[in-house]
Design a binder for this molecule. Structure first.
Ligand code: SF4
Length: 128
């Protein structure tokens, strides 16, 4: 059994996508000022609310940078301000958006950077 003080859980939730806190509460048992979670529930929550493994993020970022450079060199127009803003607005309303560091939980990318990429895509198809 893992015991997490609510103060620590609330602090951790600010670094996760929306829904983390409620999912923890739903998966555990409230005991006084703490939440108790089974180790399997804790592991499942960590898997559900963590970005991809670092090596996957590095591969993905490398591919995105190469694709973006290729698009720029081939003369593809830069992302205009309205498209960039629309992407950010979509991310800010998304269940996978980590507000604290403005990062996507699904791909691990920093959205202020990725939204400006010509070849940038949303991993779940939320960008039109
Ligand atoms: S890139 Fe897609 S999945 Fe990630 S935060 Fe933005 S809208 Fe959500």
């Amino acid at each position: 059994m893992i015991t997490i003080p609510f103060s620590k859980l609330q602090s951790a939730a600010t670094l996760k996508a929306p829904g983390y806190y409620d999912a923890c509460i739903a998966a555990g048992t409230v005991v006084g000022d703490n939440l108790e979670l089974s180790e399997s529930a804790f592991a499942a929550l960590r898997a559900q609310f963590s970005p991809p493994p670092l090596i996957s993020q590095i591969k993905s970022a490398s591919g995105a940078i190469v694709a973006e450079c290729g698009a720029a060199l081939s003369g593809e127009a830069a992302v205009d301000d309205s498209t960039n803003a629309a992407r950010i607005t979509t991310c800010e309303a998304c269940e996978y958006f980590i507000m604290a560091d403005r990062r996507c939980q699904k791909c691990g990318c920093w959205m202020e950077l990725k939204a400006g990429f010509r070849t940038g895509t949303c991993p779940v198809g939320n960008w039109s």
